[in-house]
Design a protein around this ligand. Sequence first.
Ligand code: NAP
Length: 384
Amino acid sequence: MDQPPLNPLVVLGATGSIGRQTLDVARSLGIEVAALAARRGSDELLALAKEFSGATVGMTAPTESERATFTNLFGSRVRFGPELLPELAATSGATVLNGVVGAAGLEASVAALEAGNRLALANKESLVAGGPVVEKARVRGGGELIPVDSEHSALLQCLAGEEAGAVRRLILTASGGPFRGSTADELAAVTIEQALDHPTWSMGPRITIDSATLMNKAFEVIETHFLFGVDFDQIEVVIHPQSIVHSAVEFVDGSIKAQLGEPDMRLPIQFALTYPARQPSSLTPFSLAGSSLTFEEPDWESFPLLGLGYEAGRRGGSGPAVLNAADEIAVQAFLDGRIGFAVIAKVVADTLEKVSFRDLDSVADVKAVDAEARAVASQLVAPS
Ligand SMILES: NC(=O)c1ccc[n+]([C@@H]2O[C@H](COP(=O)([O-])OP(=O)(O)OC[C@H]3O[C@@H](n4cnc5c(N)ncnc54)[C@H](OP(=O)(O)O)[C@@H]3O)[C@@H](O)[C@H]2O)c1
């Protein structure tokens, strides 16, 4: 079947888990790559710059020697500095895949939407930390916000053709991570290696730890609120260890629609690039026959970050931004071996208590809250 050509692609976070899989999709669908960006000038970025020879290549924090290597090899195709993320995101007529990790992705999301581009959003921190600001940018610039996360992609697919008034609940599934069924005491003894060993998804380190604490699911609840304009009371989380049902929607007549597939991010990434059309892919479809799918309630007590996420989301304004910044600091401290696994939740809860609440109107407001929360959380993880 003939499809209209897809927009040229700007891939932010090209060397990460999402970025790599996006480039796989671009290769398989023959999508033009207009720009690639990462933090460092790694060997991987170098190889990509050679492969995608028409693309602008950006690095936000290269070393001096990386700068020299890239400049010598690629001359004016190369750009450096943190401001290049929003600049590349504003490329006219592009689809911007934001696969940067952390709050650094917010300005790029805002710039893409203000330029009227399609934003294929993986960087969940954009919506978690800056939901109200991203929403304003979307309205102002007329850009299109398409989620890449498998859960939100599933919701988008289930909601297609349905009226807002027909929706009763959005049901987010969660694998439960490697520590599903563990008690609070068992969680206190978890090692970095155990936490990084996700049972069903292969992802970058921060999101893997966030999946193990269920912080990631709390972020997704907040994202769902902003993406689909629903109240927190209408968003439910259910544990589904097989990660086959990516999420579901319950309608007012009691009918439930779910989206199923093997856990492979290339599927939601491709859908975000081809939406609303579908294009063939070589991914293995899920086989229903012989499969057993199970669902259970989350353990709110052993995984307190899930409840804290709802609380911060309902509070609105700066609450989710504080949650995100505190979690980023706490997860890094855990990965560095400075705090235990169970302390991550305590650092986030204490930071939420200590940083005063305010409304968020601009990227500058988000940055100010983010910086304050990071400072508070950094003190909390510092050795006394
Ligand atoms: N992985 C998944 O399956 C998955 C699923 C759903 C949502 N997400 C979300 O997608 C985002 C990316 O996750 P990931 O797992 O792909 O992370 P990752 O593997 O750690 O990759 C992060 C990418 O972002 C780049 N980067 C980091 N900081 C940057 C900065 N300040 N400026 C420019 N580039 C920067 C990194 O460049 P360097 O390599 O040079 O450091 C790398 O290319 C996160 O928000 C995550 O929550 C991921």
